[in-house]
Design a protein around this ligand. Structure first.
Ligand code: NAI
Length: 385
């Protein structure tokens, strides 16, 4: 594969998710960090970019400068990651797609369903890749779980149970802290807080693992800390287009839980369980047989798992390596286009703009249903009805 050039917007010094992207993109030597507009403060962004090894003329002060600068070059970046705050994703992603760049956008892809549809349309029109960073789908055993479901190891899926419940905003005395408060303020966060931030990872993972899309949902949303306008806890029941019944719990007040992302799938002949905090084990419960624990790194699990496992069985792999697998998929997709060949199907798993759009429709359905006492609502974006 050709080594590709990679650029990043956001992810400046001290940001939460910037380092995981830099680790993920650099890990396999598939991308060279070539350009960036890393901070909303131009000088800090340029300075940090240079300290990270960017050439001075490609350490940009703003994304607009980066767009103009990279567009004008013959050796422009092959992929741009957008890791800025949510409300800026739409404008930046759309502008780079329109200029013919491939984009990996952080979640949530947009703030509204209409913006999500516009991104899907632009990506279709320009032929550029628009991926969305549901990065936890990069874990090797999540991919194996998907492969097991697809090849029928647990039979037809009856139930999927997804959770993303943590306890990091549980302290009522800290609710007024500006770093926490904005997340529950509709003016800054939009129509949903906890579901839009964490619940969409769990909902996307339910679709990823089962291969089914969400059709309708009913949500019970609450603000356990009463000063909050938006929800800090939600229970969402949903239905999927292949007949699966879904249950999802997301919370930011579940004291004692850390990251709290888990996914369980129950079919006619078996069950599967994976938890992100123990990502190297997948629990497989065949009907009328003993529990089996599948270890990441065991040989010949599935092409999807084998491709995404790096270190020997028994040694831990974690979150930046999951992100690296998303970057690995994208490198394969971009190189296949450059070389005019079909991409490896085991790599064709990166989450798409369509997934980002489906999440936005679900966010709005959860917010509406929560206000309407759990009324069942269509969860699909108008474009996919
Ligand atoms: P953060 O607030 O820690 O960092 C944001 C960074 O973007 C800062 O360096 C800031 O200076 C920079 N920035 C802001 N506006 C900019 C602009 N116009 N141009 C260039 N740089 C700009 O935020 P955090 O937590 O890193 O989140 C960023 C995004 O990543 C969010 O959309 C969030 O939802 C998402 N995220 C995704 C995760 C995942 O698992 N996929 C996990 C954590 C965050």
């Amino acid at each position: 594969m050709t080594k590709l050039k990679w650029g990043m917007i956001g992810g400046g010094e001290g940001s939460q998710i910037g380092p995981a992207h830099r680790l993920g993109a650099g890990l396999d030597g598939l991308f060279t960090f070539t350009a960036g507009a890393l901070d909303h403060r131009p000088d800090e962004g340029r300075d940090y970019g240079i300290r990270l090894g960017l050439d001075a003329d490609r350490a940009y002060g703003s994304w607009q400068d980066m767009l103009a600068g990279e567009k004008a070059r013959d050796d422009r970046v092959d992929l741009v990651t957008v890791a800025t705050p949510n409300s800026t994703h739409f404008e930046i992603t759309k502008a780079f797609l329109e200029a013919g760049f491939h984009v990996l956008c952080e979640k949530p892809m947009t703030m509204t369903v209409e913006e999500g549809e516009a991104i899907v349309e632009v990506a279709k029109k320009t032929g550029s890749i628009c991926a969305v960073n549901y990065g936890y789908t990069g874990y090797s055993l999540v991919r194996h779980m998907r492969a097991m479901v697809a090849r029928g190891d647990i039979g037809k899926v009856r139930l999927v149970k997804a959770e993303f419940a943590h306890g990091h905003h549980a302290d009522a005395t800290d609710a007024d802290n500006p770093r926490v408060r904005w997340r529950y303020d509709p003016a800054q966060a939009g129509v949903s807080a906890q579901f839009a931030d964490c619940g969409i990872h769990a909902l996307h993972m339910a679709s990823f693992v089962t291969g089914q899309e969400v059709t309708k949902l009913s949500a019970d949303t609450v603000s356990c800390i009463p000063v909050r306008t938006l929800e800090d806890d939600a229970m969402v029941n949903f239905r999927m287009d292949g007949g699966a019944v879904g249950r999802l719990w997301t919370s930011s007040v579940a004291i004692g839980r850390q990251h709290g992302l888990t996914i369980q799938v129950f079919g006619e002949t078996g069950g599967l369980r994976w938890a992100q905090e123990q990502p190297n084990q997948l629990y497989y419960m065949p009907l009328n047989a003993r529990l089996q624990i599948i270890e990441r790194g065991e040989g010949n699990l599935s092409p999807e798992a084998d491709r995404t496992s790096r270190v020997t069985v028994g040694h831990a792999e974690g979150m930046p390596l999951a992100f690296a697998n998303i970057y690995g998929d994208l490198a394969e997709a971009i190189n296949a286009r450059k070389e005019g060949r079909v991409m490896d199907p085991a790599a064709n798993l990166y989450p798409r703009a369509e997934d980002g759009l489906r999440s936005m429709a679900a966010v709005f359905a959860v917010a509406e249903s929560g206000k309407a006492d759990g009324q069942w609502l269509d969860a699909r974006p108008p474009m996919f009805r």
